[in-house]
Design a protein around this ligand. Structure first.
Ligand code: CO
Length: 209
């Protein structure tokens, strides 16, 4: 790829943004007040703002391999804390995607070196849902289902943060689990009942002020 193309694209993008509003970037520079925190996969095909039709300033984004939320990942923890406490977003979305290489790698019995500890987060999801997953004979369907269950478990990991629990107590913060289907371009709401999940996990994970 000729990277000069990127800078040419950037000039065109600036022109398109300022065409109707010459102050577009002046306004953008005043600050951000996104209402949604998006936690998704780093996969180059899952372009968060693009697939949702959102503009700069509308989405606070965290992406990593296979949209994992791990308690000792200071990066993810910082993003979530900042979004929930300082930006006061009202929605947290964990969005996985079918054909996720990270999830696929976690299904294989192979030493992947530095990736092992990261992918173990997904192996833990498999172990938690082993009964359901092993009952699915079709390997592709089992893979798709692990993508979905990984979304659910990572979203539950979001609920385990003290700042998120505080936001639940203070206002109507909502957690959502979505999947992007690369084959069709569809964004699918898994309609996970997080109120129920919250009830189930709070017995163990409750963190009061
Ligand atoms: Co992925």
């Amino acid at each position: 790829m000729d990277l000069n193309k990127i800078f040419e694209n950037n000039e065109k993008w600036i022109a398109s943004k300022t065409k109707d509003n010459p102050n577009y970037f002046v306004d953008l520079n005043k600050g951000q007040k996104p209402d949604v925190l998006y936690i998704g996969c780093s996969d180059s095909r899952v372009t968060a703002e693009d697939i949702m039709g959102l503009q700069p300033g509308e989405l606070f984004v965290h992406r990593n391999v296979a949209n994992v939320v791990n308690a000792i990942d200071m990066n993810a923890q910082t993003v979530i804390n900042y979004a929930v406490t300082n930006l006061e977003v009202n929605h947290v979305v964990v969005c996985g995607h079918y054909s996720c290489g990270g999830v696929k790698a976690a299904m294989e019995a192979k030493d992947l070196g530095i990736l092992n500890p990261w992918l173990r987060n997904i192996r833990d999801v498999y172990r938690t849902h082993k009964k359901e997953l092993n009952a699915i004979e079709d390997e592709h369907k089992r893979y798709d289902r692990l993508v979905e269950l990984n979304v659910k478990e990572q979203a539950i990991n979001v609920i385990k943060l003290a700042s998120v629990q505080r936001a639940f107590r203070k206002r109507d913060l909502k957690i959502h689990g979505w999947v992007f289907d690369i084959k069709t371009g569809k964004l699918i709401d898994l309609n996970i009942d997080f109120a129920k999940a919250l009830e189930e996990i709070m017995e163990i994970y409750r963190l009061e002020d």
